[in-house]
Design a protein around this ligand. Structure first.
Ligand SMILES: [Zn+2]
Length: 341
């Protein structure tokens, strides 16, 4: 932790500005901004599997890698090391008992079921800690100016994991871990979470509702799993339920009418994206009708807010997306946009 603070203070980062009552906010510092998009992924994330029938499969990361290589984007992004998360990073979001429970449930062989579609295999703990570690490392790199923005090609996903309950293919809430790292280690004061997965990010909401340092904007198909998000639990949650078969034009109109004014007013110093691609029209786990161009458009809008208020700082973490071809194409489109390519 010491080196993180030392390194960031050299760059006049949020940690330094938080330590001073007079210095400028992080949004005003742009002199050392990197131009690269950093890419975080790790083989451990493909070790976790829940059975050959399960849509949240290791093949998802392979499909993304294939598309990144075929498109030439793999050579545009910088491939970064992914250390496993420290428990201290997870404990800003989850109680110790949650981490103890995951380690205790993890089987020596076969599967240990948490619910009907969330289970652990012998490789799950390594994948979970590595996925969260990617989110932490990406956050550090972007805040410290080593990357302009970052994408974490990780699994298991995280946005359904509540403070104390793994569910919906999720065990640890990666995006919330990254948010708390930015706030509590780097001293940022306002960050936004954008969640465009087809499912409501109930876990992120559970963790961050009422945390006035955070604005979360989301969209999700409703009524649909996990059947939450309609009752606004706190002023800092702006989740927009949408009916099945909503198309890109309607989503764009919603983003312009609801998300963008809220984001502009909040003026986040950094934006975190729960990037699920299961609202794609080819994805059978949802019934929405987005296509790659819609993800590009949303990414551009998010980047524009980040440019105005956050010195461009964005960390995007993979959530859902289960049609392998559509997932690969959508991630490539999202990352191509982030890279400015
Ligand atoms: Zn989803």
């Amino acid at each position: 932790m010491e080196d993180v603070v030392d390194a960031t203070q050299d760059k006049g980062s949020p940690a330094a500005s938080a330590a001073s009552t007079t210095s400028a906010t992080p949004t005003m510092r742009s002199s050392r901004r990197a131009t690269t998009t950093a890419w975080y992924s790790h083989a451990d994330c493909a070790g976790h599997e829940m059975g050959t029938w399960h849509p949240e499969s290791p093949a998802r990361l392979g499909a993304i890698d294939d598309r990144m290589i075929a498109s030439g984007l793999a050579e545009v992004v910088s491939h970064e090391e992914v250390p496993p998360a420290d428990d201290a990073d997870l404990l800003r979001v989850h109680p110790q008992a949650h981490l103890d429970r995951l380690r205790a449930i993890a089987p020596q062989a076969g599967y240990a079921a948490i619910d009907a579609d969330t289970m652990m295999c012998p490789a799950t703990v390594a994948a979970v800690w590595r996925a969260a570690g990617a989110a932490v490392a990406a956050t550090d790199a972007v805040i410290e100016g080593r990357a302009r923005n970052a994408f974490c090609s990780i699994r298991p996903p995280g946005h359904h994991a509540t403070r104390d309950q793994p569910m919906g293919f999720c065990f640890v809430n990666n995006i919330a871990v990254a948010v708390r790292r930015a706030l509590e280690v780097h001293g940022l004061e306002r960050v936004a979470v954008v969640d465009f997965d087809v499912h409501h990010g109930n876990g992120t909401e559970d963790i961050l509702a009422g945390d006035e340092r955070v604005l979360m904007v989301g969209l999700f198909q409703h009524p649909f799993y996990p059947y939450s998000g309609v009752d606004r639990p706190a002023a800092n949650m702006l989740n927009v339920p949408l009916p099945a078969y909503t198309d890109g034009a309607a989503v764009r109109a919603m983003v312009e009418a609801r998300w963008l004014p809220a984001l502009e007013a909040f003026a986040p110093q950094m934006i975190f994206v729960s990037a699920g691609f299961d609202a794609h029209r080819e994805d059978d786990l949802g019934q929405m009708r987005l296509v790659e161009a819609d993800y590009v458009w949303m990414t551009q809008r998010i980047m524009a807010v980040a440019e105005r208020h956050a010195d461009g700082r964005i960390v995007s973490c993979l959530e859902g997306g289960y049609n392998l071809s559509a997932l690969g194409r959508s991630v490539a489109a999202h990352v191509k946009t982030l890279s400015g390519d």
